[in-house]
Write a protein that binds this ligand. Structure first.
Ligand code: FMN
Length: 193
């Protein structure tokens, strides 16, 4: 299995809410990934387009989203928790594609109140299983996220989240390399019962 090629990560914003906290968390996560050797990054923000393709004002058409997820080796979803689940905009983005998710590893950075968004992540694991994606056990979670970052988007206590991110990315890297190799050897569509 080749480990030399960089892992191409698509990082997806889970919230499109005006005034969203997602910008803070996603920018932190993107910075952590970009700072590491061995990864390239594509930031996908559904606030900047309509994944359903319905909006005339769409600046990034649906085929481009399909291509961007299709060429990703790995996906990192940054999601808040809304009513013990994840935002509708994120579901819309996920449901707008199908084959592009197959046999791809998906990792999560979540945030929210006391639960740190883990209930949103647990529901996303069910959704991605249906899409034949592989969710990564290790994750990063911010409980009461607004207390953890300062006004410049810097963490008051960065050590523990950075350790969690390192563990998550190590797992993501392993799965991304393994699944990329497996897809090359046998396209997922070639499997037969
Ligand atoms: C509609 C809605 C429902 C929410 N439900 C929960 C919840 O069930 N659990 C929780 O911990 N936080 C909940 N929150 C708090 C959000 O996790 C928090 O406001 C977060 O910053 C939202 O992300 P965003 O600002 O990027 O949209 C909710 C927020 C909204 C707007």
């Amino acid at each position: 299995m080749s480990t030399k090629r960089k892992i191409h990560v698509a990082l997806i914003y889970g919230s499109t809410r005006p005034g969203r906290f997602c910008d803070i968390v996603a920018e932190w996560a993107a910075g952590e990934i970009a700072a590491r050797e061995g990864f390239t990054l594509d930031v996908i923000d559904p606030a900047k387009f309509d994944p359903s393709g319905a909006a005339a004002s769409a600046t990034v058409p649906v085929p481009t989203l399909a291509v961007r997820i299709g060429r990703a080796d790995a996906i990192v979803v940054v999601t808040p928790e809304y009513n013990h689940s994840y935002p509708a905009a994120l579901k819309s983005l996920i449901d707008s594609l199908k084959d592009e998710w197959q046999a791809k590893p998906i990792a999560f950075v979540s945030y929210g109140g006391l639960s740190g968004g883990v209930r949103a992540v647990e529901q996303l694991r069910l959704v991605f299983a249906e899409l034949h994606a592989v969710t990564i056990r290790d994750a990063v979670s911010f409980a009461n996220a607004w207390d953890q970052f300062d006004g410049n988007g810097e963490l008051h206590e960065p050590d523990r989240p950075r350790r969690s991110m390192a563990v998550m990315l190590a797992s993501l890297r392993w799965w991304a390399g393994a699944l990329r190799y497996a897809r090359q050897i046998a396209p997922y569509s070639s499997r037969a019962a």
